[in-house]
Design a protein around this ligand. Structure first.
Ligand SMILES: Cc1cc2nc3c(=O)[nH]c(=O)nc-3n(C[C@H](O)[C@H](O)[C@H](O)COP(=O)(O)OP(=O)(O)OC[C@H]3O[C@@H](n4cnc5c(N)ncnc54)[C@H](O)[C@@H]3O)c2cc1C
Length: 446
């Protein structure tokens, strides 16, 4: 029977981060991924002979764990991304354009300056936004009990115009949950992390490589180079637990014995693996209780000369919410339009959605030629819903079973579903598993 010191189940960013860290510590981990490629919900897909992503992802400067790990893989991090100080532009096809740009001032002054000088907002909106930013920077914007982001914004007298054209798209982009349902606690935690520590934390990082080339493939190479092993197309079917301790995992190919398992699968898959173990009933219920939100990405290939005025643009007044220019990937003329959460677009066929988004872009940029090819990717369970009260429902990395750890964006990271949350939880589990391997178990009889 095969043995491994630590088995990681799931090769998304959480599992890959855990395996890379354990491999670097000399533990020779074995990672088992059910899919044919690594990356999970942040992976490479093919479109018109080029590599794109299953959904356009945006990184920010506050993704410290992710950036550190990329450096550990000896990748030239500064070349992997175009780093841009916070610059958001949101526009109506014919209407006003809202633009917010952070200057090179220390945090949080950069935020306050950006809010005070935002273009396209009434004086009242700018003033109320500034007041909110100022109170946030003094740690005065708090929620004793969680409430919706919308309720919080109303409590802080944010005008309707500001909520509709700025806070709502920002909340959707960060939380992937409608502003009326989103957890204010979680939203504030992201705002604090991005804006209150160092100016560079709020930088926007636009990747120059697809997600496979950026992270999953270098991660796999790194794990294997450090003596670990990654097996793709290997689904874990069962956990073997005896006397409150993990003993192994079962795949179609048989059992693998181990004393440490990091479960880095989404909550539904974690719930399924816990099902036959009464000791894990509480965790099973916790994982089954998650609700999900979709993200839809529409890729449109235009003639090569078509380009956006900046790498990302907010679209107001239609179905499309953000549009990204893939020029940075060397993919000239290729745009990715992102729609977060559910809505009318979910009732349209792919052909209808492509034609609708094509029309919306035409309204924004009337001089553009027609697009040549298009593809829709709908990730139905893109992220867990970051609803009010979500933080108290999230499991942490420990479980009731000795040697069984839980990693993934849905664990208690204090972030919404993000790459950074996934990586951070994976690294935390690696530390726990490593410590457990090097600390002999204290049995009741010893
Ligand atoms: C379209 C889209 C856009 C997004 N945009 C952003 C963004 O801009 N910025 C950002 O930070 N985040 C974004 N996210 C969120 C981010 O992608 C996720 O938070 C992150 O990828 C989750 O990683 P994970 O490792 O926790 O889980 P997953 O990626 O779900 O990985 C779990 C892995 O476990 C495997 N697995 C499941 N069951 C088993 C089993 N029984 N045996 C073996 N393997 C199994 C799965 O195949 C999967 O590979 C986006 C997500 C989507 C879908």
């Amino acid at each position: 029977m095969k043995q491994a010191p630590v088995v990681i189940v799931g090769g998304g960013w959480a599992g890959l981060a855990a395996a890379a860290d354990l491999a670097a510590r000399g533990l020779q981990p074995l990672l088992l991924e059910a899919g044919k490629q690594p990356g999970g919900r942040a992976r490479k897909v093919a479109f018109a002979g080029q590599a794109v992503d299953n959904g356009q992802h945006l990184f920010i400067g506050a993704y410290h764990h992710t950036l550190r790990l990329l450096k550990q893989f000896e990748l030239p991090v500064e070349e992997l991304f175009k780093r841009q100080p916070l610059h958001l532009t949101l526009q109506h096809p014919q209407g006003p354009k809202l633009s917010l740009r952070a200057p090179r001032l220390p945090a949080p002054l950069h935020l306050l300056w950006a809010l005070l000088n935002a273009q396209g907002l009434s004086t009242r909106s700018r003033w109320q936004a500034l007041k909110f930013g100022w109170r946030l920077s003094r740690h005065k914007v708090m929620t004793q009990t969680d409430q919706s982001v919308l309720a919080l914004l109303r409590q802080w007298q944010q005008p309707r115009e500001l909520i509709e054209s700025f806070w709502t798209p920002l909340c959707l982009a960060i939380m992937n949950t409608p502003v009326g349902d989103s957890s204010a606690e979680l939203f504030l935690s992201v705002l604090r992390d991005a804006f209150l520590h160092q100016r560079v934390d709020s930088d926007l990082l636009y990747a120059r490589r697809d997600l496979g080339h950026l992270f999953s493939e270098p991660a796999m190479q790194y794990i294997e180079h450090q003596g670990g092993e990654v097996q793709l197309g290997r689904r874990v079917l069962q956990l073997h637990i005896e006397q409150q301790q993990i003993r192994g995992i079962v795949t179609g190919g048989g059992e693998i014995r181990t004393s440490q398992v990091i479960l880095a699968v989404p909550p539904r898959a974690a719930a399924a693996l816990c099902e036959s173990h009464p000791e894990l009933a509480e965790l099973q219920q916790q994982c089954s209780a998650f609700e999900y939100e979709p993200i839809c990405t529409i890729y449109l290939q235009y003639p090569k000369q078509v380009q956006l005025p900046q790498p990302m643009l907010g679209l107001l007044g239609g179905l499309g919410q953000w549009v990204f220019d893939r020029r940075l990937y060397g993919q000239h003329g290729l745009l990715a339009v992102v729609i977060s959460t559910g809505g009318k677009h979910m009732r349209l066929t792919n052909a209808q959605l492509i034609s609708r988004i094509g029309e919306e872009l035409q309204n924004h940029f009337p001089h553009w030629p027609a697009h040549e090819q298009a593809m829709v990717i709908r990730e139905k369970r893109a992220t867990f819903a970051s609803r009010v009260g979500i933080n108290s429902q999230r499991p942490d990395n420990h479980t009731a079973i000795d040697g069984l750890w839980l990693a993934g964006d849905y664990t208690r990271t204090n972030y919404p579903a993000t790459l950074e949350g996934a990586v951070k939880s994976g690294l935390q589990c690696a530390t726990l598993a490593h410590r457990a391997v090097h600390t002999p178990r204290q049995d009741a009889f010893s």
